[in-house]
Write a protein that binds this ligand. Structure first.
Ligand SMILES: Cc1cc2nc3c(=O)[nH]c(=O)nc-3n(C[C@H](O)[C@H](O)[C@H](O)COP(=O)(O)OP(=O)(O)OC[C@H]3O[C@@H](n4cnc5c(N)ncnc54)[C@H](O)[C@@H]3O)c2cc1C
Length: 493
């Protein structure tokens, strides 16, 4: 039986729009109060019990987001001037957290210096610990009884590339980093993973599926919210497209958890955004919020291809990443397989080392191309526009290339020639799919979209809880931080 089966109720106390990483946490937590009627509306398909999950949503060593995937929204994007491409976001119950790489690393203490004062590291630490059951560490920084299992792969299970990379990084003077979820973490070490027995355990599996029998929780998949409905500046519900036509759900509280692309898209379609942009498309303006879709960031990734000198083997249970090197603003990722193997259908056959800028200065923009909800918005990354970003990547690529040509790495593989010209960087450029900050949190309605308690400025009853509200991109992958934000936001209602 699919989760999409229940009929859509006509009203609810809270409507959660998008059953991804944050939506799953929020609906799970908010429905703990039996007197609160919660509806979660998810656009993609849903599965009720783990045995119904197709293998590609189970095996943590595969990211089912290739061109033929039925589990994603594909968005055409411009990465940098003259470089077009497309990005995938999860479109299935569990969202991007159901198709991602299983890397579950917290934002660092310093990252929160760019967040509002009430989101300091001390404020958020209890929520980081609440979400996890860490199999390797306990004590003040860690949780041991949360819904998401976290572990690091022991060295005897490392792929040859993980071991060789770790060895040469340490030989080059980088410190060992045994716990990347500890404050001050830097150096080379094992990646915390939200994977158990080779199975990705995302927020839907951890927070939602165990609670589907709650009478006050309706989880409806295969239904797409097309508009938030207002009476004046007060939310009164949402419009939902289903196989059987358009429906309305009445509610005075709507929480957008549609992700960092779909949330600003939905806001603009509903009349919240830069008023000149909306008026140009003849969309009636509900609130003039110029920061909607503006100044987002993501981690640009340059890939350094190589070929192995000998055959190496891997199973689909091997996570994409077992080890990373983190310096102040760079992360190096020795992937355990080529993108072609990790992302079926992507066609990128050569293995590669990823070199990622974790504190980029360049900012992107999401804009409507039409007022039709069926038209994907334009997503312009503007990667490498800032000269400091190009310089930081140039120097990191040079260092990565040196590591690949030394010690155990040189014995294992033969790198392709690199040159660090702008053209070479642009040719080898991709994105980490960590898009954040497209509806930033802050106090000023001209530069931010939600306040410190996730309320959208200028209207009543509308909230956003997903990575779009990050005031600054974390210097680590965003997933653990997204789950923390949803855990904390669930206490605001
Ligand atoms: C392929 C991939 C790999 C990644 N790997 C990692 C990793 O290993 N580690 C890491 O830290 N981060 C990773 N990320 C990023 C991380 O997974 C995301 O940042 C995080 O899951 C985002 O959570 P979210 O709740 O903001 O959005 P999502 O999880 O994307 O959820 C949004 C949900 O809303 C639904 N939705 C959208 N619009 C509507 C609508 N109009 N009506 C109804 N439903 C709607 C979508 O279908 C989706 O289910 C990866 C991302 C991708 C795409």
């Amino acid at each position: 039986m699919a989760v999409g089966d229940p009929p859509i109720p006509e009203s609810a106390d809270v409507v959660v729009v998008g059953g991804g990483s944050c939506g799953s946490v929020l609906a799970g937590r908010l429905s703990e109060d039996p007197s609160r009627r919660v509806i979660l509306v998810e656009s993609g398909p849903g599965h009720r019990i783990p045995s119904e999950f197709p293998p590609e949503l189970v095996d943590a060593g595969v990211l089912p987001v290739g061109p033929d995937s039925q589990w994603v929204w594909p968005y055409p994007v411009e990465l940098t001037s003259g470089r077009s491409g497309w990005i995938a976001r999860g479109r299935v119950l569990g969202g991007s957290g159901a198709v991602n790489g299983g890397y579950f690393v917290r934002a660092q203490v310093d990252d929160f210096a760019h967040w509002p004062a009430s989101w300091s590291f001390d404020d958020v630490l209890p929520f980081f610990t609440r979400i996890e059951s860490d199999a390797d560490f306990s004590g003040p920084w860690h949780g041991t009884d949360g819904p998401i299992p976290v572990h690091r792969e022991p060295r005897d299970r490392w792929h040859p590339i993980s071991a060789a990379f770790s060895d040469v990084a340490r030989a080059a003077g980088h410190p060992e980093d045994p716990d990347k979820n500890a404050p001050g973490s830097h150096g080379v070490g094992p990646v915390p993973l939200n994977i158990r027995d080779g199975v990705r355990v995302g927020p839907a599996s951890a927070y939602l599926l165990p609670n589907l029998d709650r009478p006050n929780l309706t989880v409806r998949s295969g239904a797409t919210v097309t508009r938030v409905i207002f009476s004046g500046d007060r939310v009164v519900g949402v419009e939902v497209a289903t196989d059987s036509g358009l429906r309305t759900i009445r509610s005075s509280t709507v929480v957008l958890t549609a992700g960092a692309v779909a949330t600003p898209h939905l806001l603009m379609l509903s009349g919240l955004g830069d008023s000149r942009h909306l008026e140009g498309l003849e969309i009636p303006v509900v609130a003039d919020l110029p920061a909607v879709g503006s100044e987002f960031s993501d981690h640009p990734e340059v890939v350094l291809p190589y070929r192995y000198r000998r055959a190496v083997s891997r199973t689909t249970q091997t996570p994409a990443l077992q080890v990373t090197l983190n310096t102040d603003d760079i992360e190096m990722r020795p992937y355990t397989a080529s993108f072609g193997d990790l992302i079926p259908g992507s066609g990128i056959g050569q293995p590669c080392l990823g070199v990622v800028l974790m504190k980029p200065r360049s900012r992107g923009e999401i804009r409507l191309v039409s007022a039709d909800p069926g038209d994907a918005p334009s997503v312009s990354y503007r990667y490498l526009e800032a000269g400091q970003d190009r310089e930081a990547l140039r120097s990191a690529v040079t260092h990565a290339s040196d590591l690949m040509r030394s010690g155990a790495m040189a014995e294992l593989l033969e790198p392709e020639e690199i040159d660090t010209s702008d053209a070479w960087l642009s040719d080898h450029l991709g994105t980490s799919l960590h898009l954040s900050g497209s509806c930033r949190m802050g106090s000023d309605a001209t530069t931010s979209v939600v306040d410190e308690r996730c309320r959208v400025h200028g209207v009543d009853g509308l909230f956003i809880v997903d990575t779009s509200i990050f005031p600054a991109l974390p210097s680590r992958g965003p997933h653990a931080t997204a789950v923390m934000v949803a855990e904390r936001a669930s206490t605001f209602f």
